[in-house]
Design a protein around this ligand. Structure first.
Ligand SMILES: Cc1cc2nc3c(=O)[nH]c(=O)nc-3n(C[C@H](O)[C@H](O)[C@H](O)COP(=O)(O)OP(=O)(O)OC[C@H]3O[C@@H](n4cnc5c(N)ncnc54)[C@H](O)[C@@H]3O)c2cc1C
Length: 167
């Protein structure tokens, strides 16, 4: 927000009329994205959801990852002192590839041209749409067909600019 904290407070009060808000108590906090590594330690303490840093870096979604890692922690807890090691392996198995792909795509999504190309690709292709929903809300990975569709739109978006530059 261009207006910073002042604008945030004004908008909060506009969205929540009648709420007795003490501005001094309003604080911001970053979502624990999966791009920040949180290592599950050995032992009996099991990290799940936000504590494990599992929020999707593209969409900010964290509920699915909290529920799934919670279920995995329930199973790992049966292993006693080996619970931490078991849970660490389960998290890697459940989210390892997904995290690597979303980390790369989150960096790509900082380019508005890439985002435009992705939206165009999903409008044309149901497959691209479905696979991006899985990436943003589930455990999906970037598949070659979808990447090709996004790349085609990305390159198509470059063409008019190149032509006008030459012209
Ligand atoms: C503004 C906002 C919007 C979001 N929107 C979405 C969305 O649309 N979709 C989505 O999927 N995700 C969304 N998320 C992310 C999602 O809310 C979290 O990723 C998810 O709730 C994480 O679940 P969790 O169980 O790990 O943690 P939490 O839901 O934070 O649960 C942790 C609980 O532990 C309690 N607690 C903390 N310390 C102690 C203590 N010492 N003793 C006892 N209890 C304690 C807390 O009060 C809290 O109830 C959003 C997050 C924010 C901040």
């Amino acid at each position: 927000m261009a207006g910073g904290r002042r604008e945030l407070l004004e908008r909060l009060l506009a969205e929540l009329p009648g709420v007795d808000l003490d501005p001094a108590t309003v604080r911001g906090h970053q979502l624990p994205l999966s791009t920040q590594a949180v290592r599950q330690p050995d032992g009996r303490v099991l990290l799940v959801g936000d504590a494990a840093g599992l929020v999707n870096p593209i969409t900010g979604e964290g509920i699915f990852y909290a529920a799934l890692s919670g279920a995995a922690a329930g199973e790992a807890a049966l292993r006693g002192a080996a619970a931490g090691m078991t849970h660490r392996a389960a998290l890697r198995r459940l989210f390892g590839v997904h995290h690597r792909h979303t980390a790369v795509l989150a960096r790509c999504a900082q380019s508005s041209r890439f985002v435009d190309a992705t939206i165009a690709a999903t409008a044309r292709s149901q497959h691209a749409f479905d696979s991006l929903v899985e990436l943003g809300l589930g455990r999906g990975t970037a598949d070659p067909l979808t990447l090709a569709a996004v790349l085609a739109d990305y390159l198509a978006g470059l063409r008019p600019r190149a032509a006008s530059h030459l012209g």
